[in-house]
Design a protein around this ligand. Sequence first.
Ligand SMILES: [Zn+2]
Length: 207
Amino acid sequence: MDFSSKFLETAIEEIALLPGIGKRTALRLALHLLKQPQSQTTDLAKALVDLKTKVKQCKSCHNISDKELCGICANQSRDHSIICIVEDIRDVMAIENTEQYKGIYHVLGGKISPMDGVGPNQLNIESLVDKIKTGKVIEVIFALSSTMEGDTTNFYIYKQIQASKHSLKTSTIARGISIGDELEYADEITLGRSILQRVPFENSLKN
Ligand SMILES: [Zn+2]
């Protein structure tokens, strides 16, 4: 396609790199932006640069944060003795939306998946075990999706925690959602209920 402007062509190429956006949609978006006031494109460009340069990872739970500690970890009215283990930040958002959980989180950053070359060392597991070893944690809730990788990851962490020799309650969220459903797709009421009605982790091992 000949765009008669190198700048337009470059913008289209960049926009088309985004997931789910083909060249045709990229062209439509670029032409839309071209018609908007200068301030809108400047704001968009700034937001994108800020996203990449200013967003950090919470040093305690690995949630996304603008500060060293995320708002949840920094909040002293949350129960810091309960840790909910999740795969990624979208799960934190999904559980927070239920407004049913008042503990803190630990974001693993993925699941153990030998097929994809993801081992325990690529995930935020060591910092979790260290946190538990302090003895201040009373309960750990496993809230990974119930896939084979999720179960493998749960079991690996469970073993690590057992080795820490603290008396610790371990539970898993009760599932009203079918096997393999990702947390972020569960509706808020179902997810909220499944956190409140969590079951001892050992029960999930018998299945
Ligand atoms: Zn945090």
